[in-house]
Design a protein around this ligand. Structure first.
Ligand code: FEO
Length: 170
């Protein structure tokens, strides 16, 4: 049976991944109605990835003799200043997710649940990758400036990135 403290922390992380999926879904929907089809595609794909992160945790916990009980979620934000605002918020959110994963790892390790610690290595690496992806996108925003042409190209690039992500499941 899995340690109760670890189970509680895993359930909390499951909620955060599910909430992340909703946040990106809401952002995708905003992008779609505000003239950013490429960003919308990227964000829909990213929302699916968060769902995958959630499912992976659920099946792990259930497999280890726990019970992944889903928690209530908050309504996600649905108004944004502009596309830059969306991506700045994503990076902040991902930094928060990284902190949460690190805390979860610490709890599992302190409880001597080394199987869960090992399982969480995947998430630790995934967070490094995600933060780097979003920092890269924000760098492109800086290059594009606030010109319509620049944003148009950036939106196209995000569409390409979405297709690449969907292909690799990254
Ligand atoms: Fe599941 Fe974007 O962290």
């Amino acid at each position: 049976m899995i340690n109760k403290k670890v189970e509680k922390a895993l359930i909390n992380q499951i909620k955060l991944e599910e909430q992340s999926s909703r946040i990106y879904m809401s952002m995708a929907s905003w992008g779609e109605v505000n003239g950013f089809p490429g960003a919308a595609k990227f964000l829909y794909t990213h929302s699916d990835e968060e769902r995958m992160h959630m499912t992976k945790l659920i099946t792990y916990l259930n497999d280890k003799g726990g019970y992944a009980v889903l928690q209530p979620l908050e309504m996600p934000q649905n108004k944004f200043k502009n596309l830059l605002d969306v991506f700045e918020q994503i990076l902040k959110h991902e930094e928060f997710v990284t902190e949460s994963i690190n805390k979860l790892f610490e709890i599992a390790f302190n409880e001597k649940d080394f199987t869960t610690s090992q399982f969480l290595q995947w998430y630790i690496e995934e967070q490094i990758e995600e933060e780097s992806t979003f920092k890269g996108i924000l760098d492109k925003f800086r290059l594009a400036g606030n010109q319509t042409g620049g944003l148009f190209h950036l939106d196209k690039e995000l569409e390409t990135l979405a297709i690449a992500d969907a292909a690799t499941g990254a």
